[in-house]
Design a protein around this ligand. Structure first.
Ligand SMILES: Nc1ncnc2c1ncn2[C@@H]1O[C@H](COP(=O)(O)OP(=O)(O)OP(=O)(O)O)[C@@H](O)[C@H]1O
Ligand SMILES: Nc1nc2c(ncn2[C@@H]2O[C@H](COP(=O)(O)O)[C@@H](O)[C@H]2O)c(=O)[nH]1
Length: 189
């Protein structure tokens, strides 16, 4: 499939149950549709400090608080004492390009972005059943306490699907991506 060029910027928010494959789906779908990824800032330490992943911009708590107080974030969240937020400047820079932009947020972040940007925002809810979350994260080498924490929040997270514009169960990765690409044709091409 060719890269979709949007007639106006559209913000695609990947949300859903933790460990359902949102980052993987976002990356692969984004490559196909030409989405510009916008990473969140976080004060959470990288899970592998020797090899921090590229999913976030890891910043200090002092820097986060300073930026938050001066209104630099589109939205922020506190999850397990860690702060997360998307910088408005990062979002605006990504939206200058004539392509869709992609954010990965929990439900509060998805709702906040929807409220702020309205029709520009398309929320894509990704989920799998609890047992699959456990199996996938175990095989990825995720720490036991992180997996347990994800599973504890599963029920409250999964109910948010009803508020989202699109809902996909991520069973077979390539099929999930195919289905999302098909559904996203509504928004440009
Ligand atoms: N459809 C799929 N089938 C099998 N494995 C998958 C599928 N989708 C993603 N995975 C794998 O599941 C694991 C979790 O995926 P990923 O890190 O993308 O999830 P996430 O929802 O972004 O997680 P987190 O909540 O930690 O941010 C990864 O090892 C990924 O390769
Ligand atoms: N509301 C926001 N939620 C965010 C943001 N960046 C990431 N997230 C979500 O936080 C949880 C925890 O992530 P983890 O990587 O530490 O396990 C997960 O649901 C992310 O999608 C953000 O800027 N705002």
């Amino acid at each position: 499939m060719g890269v979709l060029h949007m007639t106006r910027p559209t913000i695609f928010v990947l949300t859903g149950t933790s460990g359902s494959g949102r980052k993987t789906v976002a990356r692969k779908t984004g490559e196909k549709l030409g989405w510009v990824p916008v990473r969140s800032c976080t004060t959470r330490a990288p899970r592998n400090p020797e090899q921090p992943d590229g999913d976030y911009k890891y910043i200090s708590r002092e820097k986060f608080d300073e930026w938050e107080q001066s209104g630099k974030f589109v939205q922020t969240a506190t999850i397990d004492k860690n702060k997360y937020g998307i910088l408005l400047s990062d979002l605006e820079a990504a939206m200058k390009d004539d392509r869709g932009v992609c954010l990965i947020l929990n439900r509060d972040g998805a709702s906040a972005v929807k409220e702020r940007f309205g029709d520009k925002v398309v929320r894509i809810f990704i989920y799998v059943d609890k047992q699959t979350v456990r199996e996938r994260l175990e095989s990825k080498g995720t720490r036991y306490d992180v997996i347990e924490n994800y599973l504890e929040h599963y029920t409250e997270e999964v109910t948010y699907r009803k508020s989202c514009e699109h809902v996909f169960e991520n069973v077979e990765l390539n099929r999930t991506i195919e289905h999302i690409c098909e559904a996203m044709k509504t928004y440009g091409g």
